[in-house]
Design a protein around this ligand. Structure first.
Ligand code: RAM
Length: 358
């Protein structure tokens, strides 16, 4: 499936010559160092003053194209590429299974895209294809859900993974009064982002202050609306004394809220997690959900789009300490292991949800 938004190339031949001349393929400043990470990063040196490659082609490959969160994210990415007078498009599978993205990566390599921005469905299944892309000079950025670190140059993470995980437990704990059985309704069993967050949730649960909480089940809705709906029903029916559900996926939490809202469990079983305000608004208003969290997916994609264009243009290589301009988000710095963080998530409740529109 394809969604695309290409832009008119405004740079004329004269400007193009000036830009090529300015680039010159030389290293102006080695202060940013060379990348230690991804295979194409090794030995390359960043030129922070290099112009953005004219008409830079950046392809966004979401977990699945029917996920509203991923759509917003990639629209944000295409917006960034458009700002830089490049060509952005979104292509991707209709399911979030481990290997569903591999054939898309291979096609993007054949198309000679300048950069691929991928929310990986599985850290390892996509790695060989991404490494092949990098070996052929294509910049690879992961966003939202990481791949194996040696299969990408930069990972644009929504927020600190540890803080996302721990704060999910703090949210559910507050909603169930610190006591009782809880379950997690996750995305796919192989999703890098959810699995990382769940590990931190488990670690948080091991703290004495959460001794009253018992995680009894991790269920998987596969980021499929119907499956998430059915898994919610199964959780509630199989665990009669369940007190709360944490769903760290926008697909899962919205399906769970829909089920809960018209069930006898509404208002009795707490539901929190990560959701978009637009999908969750009605369930906050009708009392199904009191509070949940997220960041702005559009800004996440926008940041990844800028990172991809900077990588593809040689401004950065993915090495720690390199800086790049991220348009309206300002200058950003690459952290350890090639990670760039958008910023802290927002918690939404009845008091603020109407201030957000995504
Ligand atoms: C779903 C996806 C995505 C995740 C959000 C919170 O849309 O699983 O990867 O970041 O939820």
């Amino acid at each position: 499936m394809i969604r695309s938004a290409s832009v008119t190339k405004v740079a004329g031949a004269v400007l193009a010559l000036v830009l090529v001349g300015a680039c010159g393929g030389t290293t102006k400043d080695s202060s940013a160092g060379t990348a230690a990470g991804g295979s194409t990063g090794v030995g390359r040196t960043a030129d922070p003053d290099a112009p953005i490659k004219e008409g830079v082609k950046v392809a966004f490959l979401p977990k699945e194209v029917d996920n509203p969160y991923e759509i917003i994210m990639d629209k944000g990415g295409i917006e960034a590429v458009t700002e830089l007078k490049g060509e952005g498009k979104e292509v991707g599978p209709s399911d979030a299974s481990a290997s569903s993205q591999v054939s898309y990566i291979n096609t993007l390599v054949q198309q000679r895209q300048d950069a691929i921005v991928i929310a990986a469905n599985d850290p390892n299944a996509v790695a060989p294809a991404l490494k092949d892309a990098m070996a052929k000079g294509i910049a690879v950025v992961t966003v939202d859900s990481d791949a194996a670190p040696d299969a990408r140059q930069v990972f644009v993470n929504q927020a600190d993974s540890e803080e996302i995980g721990r704060s999910q437990i703090r949210l559910v704990s507050a909603q169930v009064g610190g006591r009782g059985k809880i379950a997690i309704l996750s995305a796919t069993p192989n999703a890098t982002n959810q699995n990382t967050w769940i590990e931190f949730m488990k670690d948080e649960l091991a703290k004495p202050e959460h001794a009253g909480l018992e995680l009894v089940k991790v269920a998987y809705g596969d980021d499929d609306d119907q499956k998430s709906f059915q898994e919610t029903q199964a959780l509630l029916q199989s665990i009669p004394d369940l007190k709360g559900i944490v769903s760290p996926t926008t697909v899962g939490i919205s399906a769970a809220a829909r089920y809960l809202s018209s069930s006898p469990y509404k208002g009795k079983v707490a539901l929190t997690g990560l959701g978009t305000p637009n999908q969750m608004r009605q369930f906050v208003k009708d009392g199904t959900v009191t509070a949940f969290a997220l960041w702005d997916p559009s800004e996440l994609g926008y940041l990844a789009g800028h990172a991809a264009a900077a990588l593809a243009s040689g401004r950065i290589t993915g090495a720690e300490g390199e800086k790049f301009s991220a348009g309206r988000l300002g200058e950003r710095t690459i952290g350890a292991k090639g990670e760039v963080i958008l910023g802290p998530p927002t918690t939404f409740d009845a008091g603020n949800i109407d201030e957000f529109d995504f």
